[in-house]
Design a protein around this ligand. Structure first.
Ligand SMILES: C[S@@+](CC[C@H](N)C(=O)[O-])C[C@H]1O[C@@H](n2cnc3c(N)ncnc32)[C@H](O)[C@@H]1O
Ligand code: SF4
Length: 408
């Protein structure tokens, strides 16, 4: 899972290296937990629905160049996080499992050498269920990966084909079993509301996913993202009533099976929540390295947003120059955006967040959102309980509307 950003922050001034300051109104008395996100940008083939920063691999993964650029990227960022402990690492993509076992081992050794990494930090790696990749899972685990997130999407071969996936259902099942033998904590990504999918087919996918009893399931409603092949040639997808029936089925079946929904798309058995993603949603800090990686970092007097160059080749070239030119955006998040971004993330959590964390994480007074909170409560979108911001059942159904309240 990648950090989400409100569209409102996209495409703002690109201002490498210049960090304007804002006044003491955003003073932080303590810094939040810090995570590391690492982006691996290559895939065997670009899926027609995918708008992630992923690029079809023409030849081999340029591992040497990638690792050197990654190290240069991290070393240049170290002054921003001096002395801080890193609680989790998420290696996402793209397809990180295209990296050889030795490249992944070198990467993790480099992180241990350069970072103050919590000894039992959660280290997640995204992996695709191809045969070659699955053969490396035990080596990845030996290097320190302790959580694997598998991009299964469906167990239906026809659906997988329509999604342009390079694996089939048999390979998906085999990869899950290997992952479960390799690490204690496994997540399965599944998508629903797929082209031509019936409620029964969705139920069947879910049944098969649950049969593996992994501690975590991420169940995403397929979205037709702009600038993808599916946006240009839209497939016929289930109508709103059908996809709502799928969501109801998911809610019931996961809960009956012992997975608790703790976020819009995330379901976990007790003790199996993804700490890395929780840190995003609770407005923690994260450093992002690799092409297109985003970061959010707090200082006592400001909170900044950072993004790296998206194109893998130019990120590699710029990062090793060590002159900061690999950073495509770096700017202070303004007070108004801070309030919105905090709530945008917090309200994705089923239990919401303690209201006190608003001041703690944004440095802003609760008064700055009081009018909006009061309005959302009076509209029945936000639970009235004091001391917590949590979507009501109505707010949960109309989450976009509730989040949009905080944009105004
Ligand atoms: C960063 S992606 C990539 C993981 C991995 N490369 C893969 O595809 O198997 C993480 C997950 O996001 C979900 N996803 C990607 N594009 C999506 C879309 N357009 N709509 C809904 N979910 C999507 C998929 O379930 C995917 O496994
Ligand atoms: S494998 Fe994953 S990251 Fe790569 S193109 Fe497909 S969905 Fe995107």
């Amino acid at each position: 899972m990648h950090p989400t950003f409100p569209k409102a922050t996209e495409g703002r001034t690109k201002n490498p290296g210049v960090v304007p300051r804002i006044g003491p109104s955003s003073a932080l008395t303590s810094l939040p937990p810090l995570s590391l996100y690492v982006h691996v940008p290559w895939c065997v083939r670009k899926c027609p629905y995918c708008d992630f920063n992923s690029h079809e691999l023409k030849n081999e993964v340029p591992e040497r160049e990638y690792l050197d650029a990654l190290q240069a990227d991290l070393e240049q960022a170290l002054p921003l996080i001096w002395g801080r402990q890193v609680i989790s690492i998420f290696i996402g993509g793209g397809t990180p499992s295209l990296l050889s076992a030795s490249a992944l081992d070198e990467m993790l050794a480099m992180f241990r050498a350069l970072l103050n990494l919590l000894p039992d930090a959660e280290i997640t790696m995204e992996a695709n269920p191809g045969t070659v990749e699955a053969g490396r899972f035990t080596d990845y685990a030996a290097s320190g990966v302790n959580r694997m997130s598998l991009g299964i999407q469906s167990f239906d071969d026809a659906a997988l084909k329509a999604l342009g996936r390079v694996h089939d259902a048999r390979q998906a099942r085999a990869a899950i079993e290997i992952a479960q033998r390799s690490v204690d904590r496994v997540n399965l990504d599944l998508m629903y509301a797929l082209p031509g999918q019936s409620v029964e087919a969705c139920a069947n996918d879910l049944r098969q996913a649950m049969s593996f009893q992994t501690g975590h399931l991420s169940l995403y409603h397929l979205t037709l993202e702009p600038n993808t092949v599916f946006a240009k040639y839209p497939p016929v997808v289930p109508d709103d009533d059908t996809s709502a029936a799928m969501q109801d089925l998911i809610t019931e079946a996961t809960s009956a099976g012992g997975w608790e929904q703790y976020e819009v798309s995330a379901y976990a058995k007790p003790g199996q929540r993804c700490l890395h993603n929780l840190n995003y949603w609770e407005f923690g800090d994260y450093l992002g390295i690799g092409p297109g990686a985003h970061g959010k970092l707090s200082f006592h007097d400001r909170i900044i947003r950072q993004a790296k160059h998206k194109n893998p080749a130019s990120w590699i070239e710029k990062s090793v120059r060590r002159d900061g030119s690999h950073i495509s955006e770096e700017r202070v998040i303004g007070p108004h955006e801070l309030g919105f971004e905090f709530m945008l993330n917090a309200l994705r959590l089923k239990d919401g967040v303690a209201s006190g964390s608003f001041k703690e994480r944004t440095g802003l007074s609760l008064l700055s959102i009081k009018a909006t909170v009061d309005r959302a409560r009076s509209r029945g979108l936000l639970e009235p309980e004091l001391g917590r911001f949590r979507a009501s059942s109505l707010g949960w159904r109309f989450l976009n509307d509730l989040q949009a309240e905080f944009l105004e």
